[in-house]
Design a protein around this ligand. Sequence first.
Ligand code: 1GP
Length: 252
Amino acid sequence: MSVYERLLEVAKNRGAGYLVLLDPDKTDTRGLQRAAEEAQDHGADAILVGGSLLLNPGFHVAVQAVREVARVPVIIFPGSTHQVCPGADAILFLSLISGRNPMHLIGLQVIAAPLIKAIGIEAIGTGYILVESGKMTSAEFMSDTRPIPREKPDIAKAHALAAEYLGMKLVYLEAGSGAQNPVPDEMVQAVAEYVSIPVVVGGGIRTPEVAHRKVRAGARFVVIGNVLETSGSRSLLREFASAIHWRNAVTT
Ligand code: 1GP
């Protein structure tokens, strides 16, 4: 079974998938391993590794370290082609479709594709949509693109449908890591009702209640990063799991 199929299975059985993002800049290798172990022990369905900007070299060492301890899929969430490396189970093959920067739409993908094939990891084509979140985020600055205005769900719907028609497997509504405001529920709902591909939502989700609202609005996957690094208690990890795995809660 591919990683993508495994993720779909999780979302179907649990209501939605809980993806924990680890940023290799925030901690050392052992810290990353501990964070991955705790995340999976408390309900994470996959571990994402990556960031829009990495200050430390050795990304591949971080990915391999996480892979050594992980029982769930390890997926690269790349901020650049430098984050294409062996050791992961899959990579989100992102095209930043909300922007009009050709390098982020197709240029970097052409550089990365042969490397991914040579390494032999699964590429999951993902339409990546930045949504305005109150202040400029690293993803916005680094990609030199403008996000979609948060009160314009129709623009997000049109982009997501284009991703679907281009054959992408996921659409990712991204407010940006540490965003002031997450993607609005109304936008998540509008997009999820409009397209057939699964919707991933991330950026600025700090409480289980907010995560639950995204899932009820139609998100099939929720990405949680920053808040677990800053206040990463086991109970918070578990509370996010229960909030996102709403089908578990309904059936048990
Ligand atoms: C960022 O969507 C992810 O790309 C997660 O965001 O770190 O704000 O949870 P946070």
